[in-house]
Write a protein that binds this ligand. Structure first.
Ligand code: NAP
Length: 287
């Protein structure tokens, strides 16, 4: 069977368009004396987290969002971080609080997330925001990476009604909210994970296949239905420091109707959606 060439979904370009529009929103907020502010908390010295935080801070600067970076030592106590979050919750110059994950083992991450004021929870991980997402509340703070992945899908197909979407991965950070977003778009959604049976046959049924497992090149060509939209969320570091996705890109491209590359697909959208959530939080808090 011959396929038309797959559309390579350019996440960098779509993210740049979103950032341009956010810069306009920031300018509008500034005219009424509001400077949106994002606080990023990084506990410990994980090198990958360090890069992610630096990129987020730089992105804030590029659209005029005020950012504050707080680096806490790996030995910091839970109660010290609790107190720190309380301070940021009360700080009127801060509208978004992001706790960079993962945290050192002695830190109770869930308790910290629960402590963040839900109105400032720009990662969308607070139980109140998860509940709002599941119940379809319009003011839900949507986690950044699934929000960005949905925008990429919608860049190639706006009406997803009735499509079978398969999400590989069930993390609270990505897989679960992604499945909810697709359900809200009237997809029939299957969530697969490490205990699912016969993944190749299952994935081959997907009209939309979203991979977020953290295993380089796991999704092979014969896992992909001809004409499927394939979204690769994985970020896997090769020994030479470059990154690669969860999809075996070269072999899958000829089968897909559209596919995201890694890098340059979902990654830039995560940051663009973080900026969007920060501006939305500033708009809601100061309304
Ligand atoms: P995670 O918390 O480790 O979850 C991975 C999920 O994949 C789990 O649900 C796990 O199943 C499933 N899984 C693992 N091995 C599997 C296998 N062999 N077969 C089927 N399912 C398997 O990871 P995450 O935070 O969701 O992230 C997933 C990937 O996305 C990572 O590469 C991460 O770096 C990347 N990511 C990228 C961005 C971005 O901005 N581009 C943002 C977030 C994450 P169980 O639940 O059964 O263990």
């Amino acid at each position: 069977m011959t396929n038309r060439a797959a559309t390579i979904i350019d996440g960098k370009m779509i993210a740049a368009t979103i950032r341009q529009s956010i810069a306009g929103d920031v300018a509008a907020l500034r005219t009424r004396g509001v400077l949106p502010g994002l606080a990023v908390i990084l506990i410990g010295d994980d090198p990958a987290s360090d890069i992610y935080v630096r990129n987020k801070i730089r992105a804030c600067e590029s659209v005029g969002i005020h950012s504050a970076e707080y680096r806490l030592p790996a030995t910091v106590t839970q109660s010290a971080v609790d107190a720190f979050i309380d301070t940021l919750n009360a700080d009127q110059s801060i509208h978004g609080i992001l706790l960079q994950l993962p945290n050192p083992a002695h830190i109770d991450t869930r308790a910290l997330i629960n402590r963040i004021n839900p109105a400032k929870d720009v990662d969308g991980l607070h139980p109140l925001n998860i509940g709002k997402l599941v119940s379809g509340a319009p003011d839900a703070m949507i986690p950044c990476t699934p929000q960005g992945a949905l925008k990429l899908i919608q860049s190639v197909r706006t009406d997803l009604t009735g499509l079978h979407a398969i999400v590989l991965g069930r993390s609270i950070l990505f897989g679960k909210p992604m499945a909810q977003l697709l359900l809200a778009q009237n997809c029939t959604v299957t969530t697969a994970h490490s205990k699912s049976r016969d993944l190749p046959a299952l994935c081959a049924q997907a009209d939309i296949l979203v991979a977020a497992v953290g295993h380089a090149g796991m999704v092979k060509a014969d896992w992909v239905k001809h004409g499927a939209i394939v979204i690769d969320v994985g970020i896997n570091r090769r020994p030479d420091g470059t990154i690669t996705g969860d999809v075996d890109y070269k072999s899958v491209v000829p089968r897909a109707s559209a596919i995201t590359p890694v890098p340059g697909g979902v990654g830039p959208m995560t940051i663009a959606c973080l900026l969007a959530n920060t501006v939305a939080a500033a708009q809601q808090i100061t309304a």
